[in-house]
Every structure is written in C-alpha cells, then in structure tokens.
Design a protein around this ligand. Structure first.
Ligand code: F6P
Length: 358
C-alpha cells in the first residue's frame, strides 16, 4: 500500500516554500520510491476545508528549488476563526477531518508560521498525523533558531538599506526604511546591522523620539548630516507601549498613520531640521528566489521531514537547534512566539557599534 502524504502551505508566503516542498518530495521519493503518493492541498487550510486537492506527479517538484512563492498557493485562514461557524455554515474543523479521511492520508505536512502551527496543533489534537515545517520572514517561531524565508528577506531588506544609504549621503538626508515584522524585530535587527543603519527600532524595544533625534544630531555634530533608520513596521514609542493595541490603532488613525514610520520622519524634520524621506520595501521582502542559505535550510528541513514521515513520528514540527536539525512537539511550541530578548547578543553588538536602539 502506498503511503499517502498530504502537504500544504499556509499563511503569508516567503522565499523557500517551493525549495522545502522539493526537499520533502525528493527525499520521500528517494527513500520510498513508488511506495509514496504526495497529495497537494491548494491554498493552505482553505483548500483543506473546501476539499481542493490533487494527487501530485513527481515532475511537479522539479525545477522549483529557485522559484519564489509556492506552487500550491497559500491563504491566511485565521486560527481564531477555526472553531467559529461563519455565514457559510461550514464547521471548519470537521470539514478538515472529513477531507483528510477522503484523501486517505497517512499524514499531513503543514508549512507555515505561527498561525499555521496553532492550527497544525489543533488538527494533531483532533487525532490527525501532522508534521509542521517552520517558515516565516519574521523568524519568530518558538523552539527553532531560524525559519526558512528569514535570511532571504534579510538579504532583500539589506539591499534596500544599501541603496537608500547612497542617496541619503548625496542629499544629506535621513532615510527611514520600514521593514516587515509586526511583533518580532529580527528582520529589522539583522538587516539594520548588515546595512549599517545608525538607528534600529524594533517592536520589542519601544523608542523615544528624543533618543532618536539625539542620535541623529550627534552624527550631524560630527559632520555626518545623513542618517539611516531601520524601523520595524510594528515599532512603537514608549507612550504607545503603555496603550492597548486598539487604543494605539485609534491614535494612529486619528493622526493618519498605520505604522510609526511617517510620524518618525515628520518628527525628525521638525526636531532636527534635517530633510527626511521614507522607504517601504513591503512585500518585496517576501518575493523572488530564495537565497542560497534558505535553499540549504529548506533542503535540510524538507529532507528531515521526509525521514519523520518514514519513521511515522507525528505531532511535531521541524526545528534548527544549535546548528542541528531536529524536532519539537507541536503542543510545546504552538501559541508561543520567539521575540528578540533585550539581552540578545545581536542587540549587544548593535549597542557596541553605537547604533541607537531607541
Ligand atoms: O508574517 C509575515 C509578514 O510578512 C509580516 O512580517 C507582515 O506583517 C505580514 O506578514 C504581512 O501580511 P500580508 O501579506 O497579509 O499583508
């Protein structure tokens, strides 16, 4: 009897999803030859809920190592709505279980971030055989030192900072580069250091505009009338840090901003007199070919997941721990996230380099 292995990609896409799909598939075919059938589920949990799936041909996994996005398609299907019956009257959890049975799956591999892992754990608790694979440019999945997608995004964000660096210098301007990361500042911290940013603002460390402007003026007093700021989209100041999310959003709506970036730029001009521009690379950070680092990581994770399928080790997610690929129980990591701790070595590096962190 062929083993039937379901696979889906869920949540926001990132470079490395296809490389991971290929890693899983190639290693499965290598290990089990004709004794395995991969079943591709379209558009993440949405496809599992609505029965969108197909038996896949091995050829579909060829030539995708370098390709961005996901050949399966993806969607955001919020975990918090999984047990809520909406106007379509569909019981999502029951529908997912029903389709899993209809596909005659032996197990299901779920590639995704924190939300994906919460639903993966829910399905595991419901008795399905689940293996997670950690993807996200935010690098914030608990229990793994790194997620695939992160290093590609660092490369892209660094290039964005490099490019505004030269124009900032020519014009003696401040450039505020807004990078992705609503709760976690890993991407901004790493790209900020790689791009030589003078100021790095992340959600974990609320800033004061006075500290930011003092750092800019200190540079100006040494003849450097340009400064580069790497600001996470989720950054907020100390006043906002005391507010509930709803209050903060209401304040920003009143001011006409969604993120802190525009306000920071306006305040810098007002308080220092230095002309300031903003740059938002946005979804470019999630697009295009994965970096060599991510291709390697995707292949390590994918091939390890294939081994877990063969060993029938379920209820887990793949992880990198101290340079070794291993696994965590889904129940141990679901619902937790990995933020930048104040004592993190990379923040220490930033401070030693004289980078203002807010
Ligand atoms: O979780 C990845 C991420 O890129 C975040 O950094 C960002 O806040 C969010 O997704 C953007 O989501 P969407 O693609 O739905 O706009």
């Amino acid at each position: 009897m062929k083993k039937r292995v379901g696979i889906l990609t869920s949540g926001g896409d990132c470079p490395g999803l296809n490389a991971t799909l290929r890693g899983v598939a190639k290693a499965l075919y290598q290990r089990m030859e004709d004794n395995v059938q991969i079943v591709g589920i379209s558009n993440g949990y949405y496809g599992l809920i609505h029965g969108e799936w197909r038996d896949m041909d091995p050829k579909e996994f060829s030539g995708i190592l370098t390709v961005g996005g996901t050949i399966l398609g993806t969607r955001r299907t919020p975990y918090k709505l999984m047990r809520v019956i909406g106007p379509d009257n569909v019981d999502k959890v029951e529908a997912m279980k029903k389709h899993y049975a209809e596909m005659k799956l032996d197990c299901l591999l779920c590639l995704g971030g924190n939300g994906t892992h919460k639903t993966a754990n829910l399905l595991s608790e419901e008795g399905l055989n689940i293996i997670g694979l950690p993807k996200t440019i935010d690098n914030d999945i608990y229990g793994t030192d790194v997620t695939f997608g992160f290093h590609s995004a660092v490369d892209i964000a660094t290039e964005a900072i490099d490019r505004v660096h030269t124009t900032a210098g020519s014009h003696s301007r401040c450039m505020v580069v807004e990078l992705m990361g609503n709760k976690a500042g890993w991407l901004t911290l790493y790209a900020g250091i790689a791009g030589g940013a003078d100021i790095i603002l992340i959600p974990e460390l609320p800033y004061t505009i006075e500290n930011v402007c003092a750092a800019i003026e200190k540079r100006a007093s040494k003849g450097k009338r340009f400064s580069i700021l790497a600001v996470a989209e989720g950054a907020y100041d100390v006043k906002e840090a005391r507010m509930k999310k709803k209050e903060r959003m209401a304040l920003r709506a009143e001011e006409g901003y969604t993120t802190a970036t525009n306000r920071i730029a306006k305040d810098i001009e007002r308080l220092t007199g230095i002309e300031t521009r903003i740059c938002v690379p946005g979804h470019m950070q999630r697009g295009g070919s994965p970096s060599p680092y991510d291709r390697v990581l995707a292949t390590q994770f994918g091939s390890y997941a294939a081994k877990m399928v063969e060993d029938e080790n379920y209820g887990i997610t793949i992880a990198m721990k101290n340079n070794h690929v291993g696994e965590n129980k889904l129940s141990d990591i679901a619902g937790k996230s990995r933020l930048v701790p104040e004592s993190h070595g990379m923040l220490e590096v930033a401070r030693r380099m004289g980078i203002c962190t807010g």
